[in-house]
Design a protein around this ligand. Structure first.
Ligand code: ADP
Ligand code: MG
Ligand code: MG
Length: 881
């Protein structure tokens, strides 16, 4: 087996297609080399080797050492330098790179190969001792941290101390002697702290770094990121060993990162940042304020690369165009300039906001780079979420206290917290928080997830906070220099001296960079323009219909705007909770006899009918599925003595009597208790009233307003066909009575939910009585796992954290278990009644993977909450393409 692939002048063994084997970075370094771009030569150790390494208890296969040696020799030839040589040393970067990029998750070691001998060679070669010792001290810092496991802050502290003693601001102001001294201080500190010396043998350094990259695949941060992004542990990472080029050899050198288009807005403008005389991650780490790539990208306060190094800039412009044409996608690139010579160090598909993703996809279709199908596939369904959320009301009065960079769009307000832990705690309590940090690091990811928005005092548009927030679709204001964050005091102070403490409320606008005092009202998103165009393509490619779960005309209206093609689930119980109705509902529940119940139901009937009139009108003839009453009756009961007294007065009975009745209705296990069709069996007059209301509403509209309406009446929680037989007969009786009374023709369907395992297993029998099935996957998950949805919060997160379950089955459909019941239900249902209408409702209807599952199993539609309708439409198109 070949484990090492070379890239460099003359020979390049990899291609962009080999991402699975070489990782994204390695594959693209090879590709860039192959198309003639200036890339420092190197070689890639494959992801297969990583897998092999973990399979064999962290040992390498035989022959690997020789393979690496051979590639190293080839690299020495290509660079005309020798690794470990004291006269003409080759220095290396050792970089990780998985199949998909995992920002900041794994670590890079630069300047590898330096020791007290080779540094002399570097001085001779470059004629620049300051540069050589700067590289040496960087190497020791990175290596001791990444490979030897020493906390980065210890050496950082020594560096800061040196700057203080020398009374300078910037790293670049330290002299060669200062840096040389630092190297000694660093080495001593490492020995003192770790009890072992910093390795001087370059080969030992190289293998140490390779081990560390493979080792970092299993570090907790990487594991967290993989979990959050559903990346399997089996994929492994590759290791890229590459000749160093130096951006820190003075002011004719630089390093930078750029995007071929604006990753925040999608505008077709080359966009990026760089630092003169710097190396590696200085740009993203926010150590100095980066300068803009071009004049258009900055505010004029700092000179751009376009002005400082016009030739390199022009070359970079050409390269970025070449790359975009070649990859036919927006690229995120990293480059270094060594003595006015430009080198490319990385290219990859750039992360972008949903807004940018849509604009870029639509623009690229118009530019002829991609077709409509490809454009649809370029936007991840889950990503749409961020577009569908509110932004600041432009008319709102806002008190702007500071302005930072518009790092990730959207608006959010909440209480200030200063740590990831506090953000998580607050989220658990149901609070909305804004996470405020000087800058973020991968350790903060869980807190960023919990927060509504992120505010950092330092860092640019490509800082950790900005990149991660954009990926998560959270709003983020970064590099907000106008606030001074004090973790110890749990507060920040603005330029004007105003103090904001933990718990105070602020609002962020990630589209403008503004930070505002208090909470500022927001408005709904704009769903026309590029979004509308892309969604029109989406609708061309999908087969699966998308309906919505809506209980009110307002829900229905929102969902229609999002493109819902019907209502898949109207939960009638929500109508019962409304303030002026609950009394009548309670009266009905607590009545002594049928007559009492009928009296109360008669009060509810006109209100129910009004609900359905509203829904039918809003849906203008699109299908509407209405579920008859489902929850256990006790949910409607009065809780307080005051409520009971009030009700007793209305019903003219003793409060004591009501209390007894309420106690009688108490259930030990209400989710498996007296609910769903069991209510219809024992209190048929409830369902009769509902069916009457549905049909009267339908008939009135058909008769008076000329709508086509085919109401779909849905009976919940059926476990045995006999239940449905009885209830269907009841419903048909009421339906026919109403239709006859109106004297018109109205079609209707009667169906059921499949939400109990027994129903799925006997779906053929049930289909004999049902014209449609709707898989209620919330209850089906609950009953299949035997897992109470209302109590699972106490232990389910533990399961997910321990990877006992890969995902919360209430969020992502458990395809193996619950999904198998869905499949059985579909098959048996179709067997017994070919052409039976099949859909799913429940949270899974808007979850992209679950939508794809529904497509694959031939369901007719999914139904989800209004805000997820576009996500489901896009996922359905992805499934079909
Ligand atoms: P990440 O995956 O975090 O982007 P990289 O492997 O790209 O990590 O390395 C981070 C940075 O290190 C690069 O952006 C670049 O500035 C620097 N770097 C990597 N390889 C080299 C090299 N061969 N020469 C000079 N700098 C390098
Ligand atoms: Mg990195
Ligand atoms: Mg990189």
């Amino acid at each position: 087996v070949k484990y090492v692939y070379f890239f460099g002048a003359g020979v390049t063994e990899g291609t962009a297609e080999m991402k699975n084997l070489l990782g994204g970075k390695g594959a693209n370094l090879a590709e860039m080399t192959a198309i003639g771009l200036p890339v420092p030569a190197g070689f890639t150790l494959t992801t297969e080797l990583c897998t092999e390494f973990y399979k064999n208890d962290r040992c390498y296969p035989e022959g690997l050492e020789a393979e690496v040696e051979a590639n190293l020799t080839q690299l020495e030839k290509a660079m005309d330098k020798k690794f470990g040589d004291s006269a003409n040393p080759l220095l290396l970067s050792v970089r990780s790179g998985g199949r998909v990029s995992m920002p900041g998750m794994m670590d890079t070691v630069l300047n590898l190969g330096l020791n007290d001998d080779t540094v002399q060679g570097l001085i001779e070669q470059s004629g620049d001792a300051r540069f050589a010792y700067d590289s040496y001290r960087r190497f020791i810092q990175m290596y001791s941290n990444v490979v030897m496991g020493m906390s980065g802050s210890v050496l950082e502290h020594l560096l800061e101390h040196m700057k203080e003693v020398r009374d300078v601001e910037l790293d670049t102001d330290l002299t060669a002697d200062d840096l040389k001294q630092l190297v000694e201080l660093f080495k001593n500190k490492i020995k003192e702290t770790l009890g072992r010396a910093f390795p001087t043998d370059p080969k030992e350094q190289l293998w140490g770094a390779i081990n560390a990259v493979f080792g970092s695949w299993m570090n907790p941060r990487a594991i967290t990121y993989r979990k959050l992004n559903s990346i399997p542990a089996e994929w492994g990472t590759a290791v890229n060993v590459q000749a160093m080029v130096f951006g820190n050899m003075g002011n004719s050198c630089a390093t930078g990162v750029a995007f071929t288009r604006n990753p925040s807005t999608g505008d077709n403008h080359f966009f990026g940042e760089f630092l003169l005389n710097a190396q590696g991650e200085d740009v993203v780490a926010g150590i100095r304020t980066p300068q803009p790539i071009n004049k258009a990208g900055g505010d004029g306060s700092l000179p751009s690369l376009e002005e400082v190094m016009p030739d390199c800039y022009q070359q970079l412009m050409d390269i970025q165009q070449t790359l975009e044409k070649h990859y036919r996608d927006m690229q995120d690139i990293e480059f270094t300039i060594e003595k006015n010579k430009l080198y490319m160090l990385q290219t990859r598909g750039g992360k972008r906001t949903a807004k940018a993703a849509i604009k870029i996809a639509v623009d690229m279709v118009q530019e002829g780079l991609i077709d409509e199908k490809e454009a649809v596939l370029r936007v991840a369904p889950g990503q749409l979420d961020q577009l569908l959320h509110p932004s600041l009301d432009p008319k709102a009065v806002k008190d702007v206290i500071a302005t930072g960079l518009p790092a990730s769009p959207g608006a959010a307000g909440g209480e200030i917290v200063f740590s990831a832990e506090d953000a998580e705690e607050a989220k658990k309590l149901g609070l909305k928080v804004i996470l405020v940090r000087i800058e973020t690091s991968p350790e903060d990811i869980h807190g960023m997830h919990a927060a509504e928005g992120i505010l950092t005092a330092r860092g640019g548009m490509t800082s950790h906070a900005a990149v991660v927030a954009r990926g998560m679709g959270k709003c983020c204001v970064a590099g907000c220099g106008g606030i001074k964050v004090d973790y110890a005091a749990q507060q920040f102070v603005t330029n004007s001296g105003e103090v904001f403490k933990k718990g105070d409320i602020v609002t962020l606008d990630g589209s403008t960079g503004e930070v505002m005092k208090g909470s500022v009202p927001t408005v709904q998103p704009e769903l026309t323009g590029d979004f509308g165009l892309l969604m029109s393509w989406v609708d061309k490619f999908r087969r699966l219909k998308v309906r919505t779960n809506a209980d009110t005309p307002l829900d229905a209206q929102v969902a229609r705007q999002f493109g819902a093609e019907g209502i898949g689930l109207c939960r009638t119980e929500h109508m019962f909770f409304e303030h002026d109705r609950i009394m009548a509902v309670r009266e009905m529940i607590l009545s002594e006899d049928v007559e009492g119940r009928k009296g109360a139901l008669a009060k509810i009937l006109p209100m129910q009918k009004g609900d359905f009139l509203g829904l039918f009108r809003e849906m203008k003839g699109l299908p509407v599925t209405i579920r008859l009453l489902d929850p256990p009756l006790h949910e409607f009961l009065p809780h307080t003595d005051k409520d009971i007294d009030e009700l007793a007065a209305v019903m003219q009975v003793q409060p004591q009597l009501l209390k007894q009745k309420a106690e009688f209705l108490h259930e030990f296990n209400p989710m498996l208790g007296h609910r769903g069709c069991r209510l219809g069996m024992t209190f048929p007059e409830i369902y009769d009233m509902q069916v009457q209301a549905i049909m009267e509403a339908a008939c009135e509209l058909v008769k008076n307003e000329g709508y086509e309406i085919v109401p779909e009446i849905m009976i919940p929680l059926v476990g045995h066909v006999n239940e449905l037989k009885v209830l269907r007969a009841n419903a048909v009786r009421v339906v026919e009575e109403v239709i006859n009374r109106y004297g018109i023709q109205v079609e209707y369907l009667i169906g059921t939910m499949i939400e109990l395992p027994r129903a799925a297993l006997t779906a053929d029998e049930i289909a004999g009585e049902a014209e449609f099935f709707s898989f209620g996957t919330n209850d089906l998950t609950q009953t299949t796992f035997g897992l109470s949805r209302d109590d699972a919060g106490k232990f389910l997160p533990f399961y997910v954290n321990r990877e006992v379950l890969a995902e919360d089955p209430f969020v992502v459909l458990d395809q193996e278990g619950v999904g198998q019941l869905v499949k059985i239900g579909c098959e048996k249902g179709r067997q017994a009644r070919p052409g039976i209408k099949l859909g799913i409702c429940g949270e899974h209807g808007g979850e992209p993977n679950s939508v794809i599952f529904c497509h694959d199993n031939g369901l007719d539609y999914v139904s989800c909450s209004p805000y997820r309708v576009p996500i489901a439409r896009l996922a359905a198109a992805h499934a079909a393409l």
